[in-house]
Design a protein around this ligand. Structure first.
Ligand SMILES: Cc1cc2nc3c(=O)[nH]c(=O)nc-3n(C[C@H](O)[C@H](O)[C@H](O)COP(=O)(O)OP(=O)(O)OC[C@H]3O[C@@H](n4cnc5c(N)ncnc54)[C@H](O)[C@@H]3O)c2cc1C
Length: 305
């Protein structure tokens, strides 16, 4: 089996590296300290087809695959995880449209992510339902030809800056199987009754938007259902199967960035620069790990994932 990247994949990887080094390096620290959304970088990344690489061209995307998405995110996270997270999250949940959306939904909701100002997110987590997504209790009740949504979600990427979100809702609480109670519904963030509060004070990734969101009798058309009513849990798991593959690129990029950063600094700078003093010992340890981090096995494992 050949695990080498193709010429095209190497080109994409190089383009992502150059973009990240050129665009992130000078602004990353300020964006992180001030928790500023990197609007200019988002615009440029969209224009250069460096987001949502797995989305087919017929729906406005670059028409590549999950490996290309992973390679790009690895390069982004190597330079700055916060900007990398924001760029990754711009199409978070788009897989649901590709797997379960109607042709009309794919065209309507995916294309503006690339050509317009649309930003999406996927609202799953609740204060009492994190890893255990089947416990999500935000309700959606069908009233005529509209869903009426009530509840709250927490730690939602693009809750504040997003133009629409996929929302994981409890639609069929009477069903006994816990895999048959939920549905995934599109909610435009300018609907009446939608409220988002930016969450501040994260340990990192501060320039990426994370919000607590609230639904107070939010009404959306019945057609905003993605996939089948009651099949939301299964659809969610299939989304995770795909998206968690490229999240491995986040981890790999972050770990590479962690050893590149101290190894690019002269030893004296590490011990004399005040903010770095506390981490000078781990930094020196990272230097010794360097040959292992380059192990082809580490990278192949990720590519198999
Ligand atoms: C920066 C950021 C962005 C995020 N963006 C989004 C987003 O866009 N949309 C969204 O919906 N959510 C988002 N999240 C939420 C994230 O997906 C949740 O943090 C995650 O689902 C875990 O939930 P939790 O934090 O409640 O942890 P918990 O579920 O409470 O888990 C805490 C710990 O217990 C462990 N654990 C849990 N259950 C078990 C078990 N049964 N057996 C053994 N161990 C277990 C977990 O592995 C973990 O270590 C975001 C979070 C962060 C930090």
């Amino acid at each position: 089996m050949d695990f080498d990247l193709t010429k095209e994949q190497k080109y994409i990887q190089k383009a992502a590296r150059e973009f990240a080094v050129g665009e992130f390096t000078d602004v990353a620290l300020d964006l992180d300290i001030n928790g500023t959304f990197p609007a200019d970088i988002v615009k440029k990344a969209k224009a250069l087809d460096l987001i949502g690489l797995f989305i087919p061209e017929e729906y406005g995307g670059p028409g590549l695959g999950f490996l290309e998405q992973t390679l790009v995110l690895e390069e982004f996270w190597k330079v700055d995880p916060g900007i990398g997270q924001q760029l990754s999250s711009l199409t978070f949940g788009a897989e649901e449209f590709l797997l379960y959306g109607t042709e009309e939904q794919k065209k309507k909701w995916l294309a503006p992510l690339f050509k317009g100002d649309a930003i999406m997110g996927f609202a799953i987590t609740e204060p009492d339902a994190g890893s255990d997504t089947a416990s999500a209790s935000t309700t959606a009740v069908l009233d005529g030809d509209e869903w009426v949504i009530n509840g709250s979600k927490i730690m939602i990427g693009n809750g504040t800056v997003g133009t629409f979100l996929l929302v994981f809702c409890l639609t069929d609480p009477e069903v006994t199987s816990k895999t048959g109670r939920h549905s995934i519904i599109i909610v435009e963030t300018d609907r009446e009754g939608y409220k988002a509060e930016a969450m501040h004070g994260k340990m990192g990734l501060r320039c990426s938007d994370t919000a607590a969101i609230y639904f107070n009798n939010v009404r959306v058309p019945a057609d905003n259902l993605v996939g089948e009513r009651g099949n939301g849990f299964i659809q969610l798991m299939n989304f995770f199967d795909r998206s968690r593959a490229y999240v491995s690129g986040h981890g790999l990029g972050l770990s590479q960035g962690a050893w590149i950063w101290p190894s690019n600094m002269p030893r004296g700078a590490i011990s004399s620069a005040n903010p770095l003093r506390l981490c000078s010992r781990p930094s020196l340890k990272l230097r010794r790990w360097r040959p292992r981090s380059k192990s082809p096995a580490t990278r192949s494992t990720r590519r198999l994932g």
